[in-house]
Design a protein around this ligand. Structure first.
Ligand code: SF4
Ligand code: SF4
Length: 112
């Protein structure tokens, strides 16, 4: 199993998660992060750190799409281990429905 980043990270991107991961397996896209499923050691430390509650264990129902997206994007996006300032409007996007359809970007983020 692995942990996966899900829809509510989009445009929230608080980055609290990257500082606690013992194996540095977060990767940064333009407006969300993903976890590399082959690098994650399933420690679960990041899950309660996410203010957007976007990190879930892949044992939860219905996360196949997100697991696939995490695996794919982790190969294309740069590694991130140091938290930066979250987007100024992160709070406004927290919990908004339909963020994937309207705002997912496959563009790479800046990384460390
Ligand atoms: S803490 Fe949560 S919202 Fe922030 S980048 Fe990590 S997964 Fe995304
Ligand atoms: S579960 Fe542990 S190893 Fe996996 S991403 Fe979270 S902090 Fe990193």
């Amino acid at each position: 199993m692995t942990y996966v980043v899900t829809e509510n990270c989009i445009k929230c991107k608080y980055m609290d998660c990257v500082e606690v991961c013992p194996v540095d397996c977060f990767y940064e896209g333009e407006n969300m992060l993903v976890i590399h499923p082959d690098e994650c050691i399933d420690c679960g430390v990041c899950e309660p750190e996410c203010p957007a509650e976007a990190i879930k264990p892949d044992t939860e129902e219905g996360l196949e799409k997100w697991l696939q997206l995490n695996a794919e994007m982790a190969q294309n996006w740069p590694n991130i281990t140091i938290k930066r300032e979250p987007p100024a409007d992160a709070k406004e996007w927290d919990g908004k429905p339909g963020k994937y359809e309207a705002h997912f970007s496959s563009e790479a983020g800046q990384g460390d």
